[in-house]
Design a protein around this ligand. Structure first.
Ligand code: PLP
Length: 390
């Protein structure tokens, strides 16, 4: 046996691995588990995108190594997408980096910017992969609490000035995983101001950019004046087009950060399979009806689920974006205890909020990732536990 490196030992525990094991055990025992705990989109990739891959797969030029840093046609498509959706102009040569999924970009960005001991501002609760990247780069985390009373946005006026001064990087993510909150352009304007003042590189994780409700389109960070001077936005096709297994995403924005990301990637891999790049370009610039339909599907699931929860006496607010609901746990239980009860007694899998950070305690994350019938069935099973009163 070989010892892992010290850096590897520093990696945070994979909180959800434990949960998945528990679910597997119950499934093996023959139980029907409604899985609302993981963030895996349940619907298939639209057929016109799959067809593009099928055609591209027969073209021998795509069987070779793809060009380093991606095909020009994909970078052009990414720019066209940002222009169409957000009216943001991007230079395909200097302001776009093609990524193997946003997860890899979000981990790699820390290695691009940090030296050991550097401080990073991290949302709490937040997406755990930020922590992994920071650990691999031997950075230090300074948590920004996301509190309900501040609409789950960090309150910059409450951050310690010394911490702001020494921070090199800041992660943000709206629509937010896990809280389902959205941000406004006003908030991003403030972010640009603070980042400029303290010379902090902002990484805005826009994984759920296409999923906003009640007629509100979540803004891109790059729509804020000066955003490109202070940071980048990471966008994935995983959620917008149900392409989670395809591993295709990109970073856009500040040219120096894009160059660092590209440089690091040059040393780790070539680019994605050309056929996937072709399909990704088709997704971004082709027929958008399926993406619109998908957003409507989540909105309808949200409405049904929230209505039923409120009917059984679990008083919850409607999420504003993402495909998650962030539900308050009854006071008598910790998040983990309550998630265990729902899993073991109702066979409904949810994600306990403390897995996303200290300030996630007191909440559960529930994904709208099954049909409306199954979501209603989940509520019916929870109702039977008799925990909530009408
Ligand atoms: N960022 C957030 C907030 C996510 O929830 C996820 C996936 O669950 C990702 C990034 C990862 O995206 P990708 O599938 O492109 O790796």
């Amino acid at each position: 046996n070989f010892e892992p490196s010290n850096t590897l030992k520093e990696l945070p525990e994979q909180f959800f691995a434990k949960l998945v094991q528990k679910v597997q055990k119950l499934k093996n025992e023959g139980h029907d588990i409604i899985n609302l705990g993981q963030g895996n989109p349940d619907l298939p990739t639209p057929p016109h995108i799959v067809a593009e891959l099928q055609t591209a797969a027969t073209q021998p030029n795509f069987h070779k190594y793809s060009p380093f840093r991606g095909y020009g046609f994909l970078k052009e498509a990414i720019c066209a997408y940002y222009k169409r959706e957000y009216n943001v102009e991007l230079d395909p040569n200097s302001e776009v980096a093609v990524l193997f999924g946003a997860k890899s970009g979000l981990v790699e960005i820390s290695r691009c910017i940090l030296n050991p001991g550097d401080t990073v501002l991290v949302p709490d609760p937040g997406y755990p992969d930020y922590w992994s990247g920071i650990a691999l780069a031997q950075g230090k985390m300074a948590f920004m609490p996301l509190l309900k009373e501040n609409h789950f946005l960090p309150d910059y006026t409450k951050l310690d000035n010394d911490i702001l001064k020494k921070s090199k990087l800041m992660f943000l993510n709206y629509p937010n995983n896990p809280t389902a909150a959205t941000a406004t352009t006003d908030f991003f304007d403030k972010t640009v101001e603070i980042a400029r003042k303290h010379h902090i590189c902002v990484v805005h994780d826009f994984a759920y950019g296409s999923i906003g409700y009640d007629g509100v389109k979540p803004p891109s960070f790059l729509q804020s004046e000066g955003a490109k001077d202070v940071g980048v936005e990471m966008y994935t096709l995983s959620k917008t087009y149900n392409m989670a297994g395809w591993r295709v995403a990109f970073a856009v924005g500040n040219p120096s950060v894009i160059e660092h990301l590209n440089l690091l990637q040059d040393h780790i891999h070539c680019s994605l399979f050309g056929g996937i790049q072709k399909a990704a370009a088709e997704a971004l610039t082709g027929d958008q009806r399926s993406a619109v339909e998908l957003r409507r599907t989540y909105e309808s699931r949200r409405d049904t689920f929230i209505k039923h929860l409120n009917t059984i006496g679990w008083k919850v607010e409607s999420p504003k974006g993402s495909f998650f609901c962030w539900l308050p746990v009854p006071k008598e239980y910790t998040s983990e205890e309550f998630a265990d009860i729902l899993l073991e007694k109702a066979h409904v899998m949810t994600a306990p909020g403390n897995g996303f950070g200290k300030f996630g305690e007191g909440f559960l994350r529930v994904g709208l990732l099954d049909t409306e019938e199954r979501l209603v069935e989940a509520v019916r099973r929870i109702e039977k536990l008799g925990i909530f009163t009408y």
